[in-house]
Design a protein around this ligand. Structure first.
Ligand SMILES: Cc1cc2nc3c(=O)[nH]c(=O)nc-3n(C[C@H](O)[C@H](O)[C@H](O)COP(=O)(O)OP(=O)(O)OC[C@H]3O[C@@H](n4cnc5c(N)ncnc54)[C@H](O)[C@@H]3O)c2cc1C
Length: 416
């Protein structure tokens, strides 16, 4: 009997011991899990703090190095690109002080004193390389614009001809700090498709170079449309990237090949960049799309992408000039009062925007890009309401309006 009791007591003891061990293990596990979770949360918090610190340091550096108004830059090098009136210019700050960083896709605004012009000519040109910590210069790449096909007797582009024909190494230029919202966020790594037409390659080249320089393995496609080899700039550079980076796919499209242009060597696809080509080459439509090129190309691709189910938020584009601004001739009746010029004039919807309307009526308003990017045509709105014909890249404070994109909603008073 005592033996049985002893056995029961031993079994009970063993059972209790087992329970205690199991309890200990489970509580130890729970504790370990909790500590691991705490450790992970701490790590996550630390990463967030580090990235906020980096962002703050970046902003402080940007603030310290950036400048207001115009700064003197010297043309360090002038390099012809291809064979169709395009040149790259390396610009160094005349004061030799360091340059602020910029985001891929941003542009510079130039104030040019062109012989024969009464007023300075203001134009924007995209930065065509990415920011490099060690670099002492900015680079822009500019195409000399010829007269429009339907007006062959018109003078060629004012600023672009000045750059191409007259500007030389050692010349000094007035330049505003990098600006613009058409930028690639390097902190994200969503796959991107860059769609370039002609000299519209410049901001996209900056984005491509930035992706490559960042060491990100971000899936990147560049479709680059030109007429032929003569217009195909920086081909060797792009070939090198295509060869060296598995994550980058480059497809050059020639719409009007020369007899000497060879598919596979000079270019990849015959014809323009079309939505059908994108559907054929891309594994899906799940990308962010960045477009810069001639207005018809931008309009066709934007429509095509929307039709393919790409959300509007995933399509970003930049226009290079007034021709691309949608002119919405709304039949609003309005009186425009210009206070400085002391004129009241009935609004003519055919003008398309207040800048054009003012200039037609002899009211001087300075302008630059005429596409809502540079802010040069900003004027104080003293009274009344306006609407914009398209979204503006420039952050215009309340009480002022970008006349190149604005139309009156009724009677208005402008400080011009
Ligand atoms: C944000 C942004 C970035 C840009 N980036 C770049 C870039 O990287 N590279 C680049 O090359 N460009 C770029 N541009 C375009 C650039 O700013 C200029 O618009 C372009 O160089 C043309 O300017 P222009 O002074 O040479 O031509 P304009 O003198 O403004 O002339 C424009 C056109 O009008 C024609 N014209 C002139 N007079 C008449 C007339 N009387 N009748 C009919 N037609 C006439 C000209 O022949 C020309 O075809 C950018 C623009 C913007 C807004």
């Amino acid at each position: 009997m005592t033996g049985i009791m002893q056995t029961i007591a031993v079994v009970l003891l063993a059972f209790l011991l087992l329970q205690a061990v199991l309890l200990f293990i489970s509580s130890w596990r729970r504790h370990a899990n909790h500590s691991r979770q705490q450790e992970l949360s701490l790590k996550c918090l630390q990463t967030q703090i580090d990235s906020a610190k980096q962002e703050l340091a970046h902003r402080q550096r940007l603030h310290k190095l950036s400048w207001q108004g115009y700064r003197k830059f010297e043309v360090k090098t002038k390099t012809p690109e291809g064979d169709s009136g395009i040149c790259s210019f390396q610009l160094v700050p005349h004061d030799s002080k360091p340059l602020p960083p910029y985001q891929p896709g941003q542009f510079l605004t130039f104030k040019l004193s062109i012989p024969g012009q009464k007023k300075p000519v203001i134009r924007c040109y995209s930065l065509s390389d990415c920011y490099r910590e060690s670099a002492d210069h900015y680079r822009v790449t500019i195409k000399k614009i010829s007269a429009p096909a339907d007006k062959p007797k018109a003078p060629p582009g004012l600023a672009s001809s000045f750059f191409y024909d007259h500007l030389n190494e050692g010349d000094i230029l007035d330049v505003k700090a990098p600006a613009g919202q058409f930028v690639l966020d390097l902190k994200r790594d969503v796959p991107v498709v860059l769609l370039a037409g002609g000299v519209g390659i410049t901001p996209l080249l900056s984005m491509l170079n930035a992706i490559v320089a960042s060491g990100q393995n971000r899936e990147t496609w560049l479709f680059y449309g030109v007429r032929n080899r003569a217009e195909h700039i920086m081909k060797e550079h792009m070939d090198r990237i295509r060869r060296d980076f598995d994550n980058v796919h480059i497809c050059s499209c020639y719409s009007d090949q020369a007899a000497t242009d060879t598919q596979g060597h000079d270019y990849h696809c015959a014809g323009r960049i079309t939505i059908d080509l994108l559907k054929e080459k891309l594994p899906s439509n799940n990308y962010e799309f960045y477009i810069c090129g001639p207005p018809p190309m931008m309009a066709a691709l934007t429509e095509g992408l929307k039709g393919w189910g790409v959300p509007q938020t995933a399509i970003k584009s930049e226009a290079f000039g007034a021709a691309s601004v949608q002119k919405a001739a709304r039949a609003v009746k309005a009186k425009i009062t210009f206070t400085k010029s002391k004129k009241d004039i009935a609004w003519d919807p055919q003008a398309g925007n207040l800048l054009e309307f003012a200039l037609r009526n002899g009211i001087p308003i300075d302008s630059g890009c005429r596409a809502g990017s540079c802010g040069t045509c900003k004027v104080a709105l003293r009274d009344g309401k306006i609407e914009y014909v398209q979204e503006s890249e420039f952050d215009c404070e309340p009480g002022s309006c970008l006349t190149c994109l604005a139309m009156p909603k009724g009677d208005i008073t402008l400080d011009a």
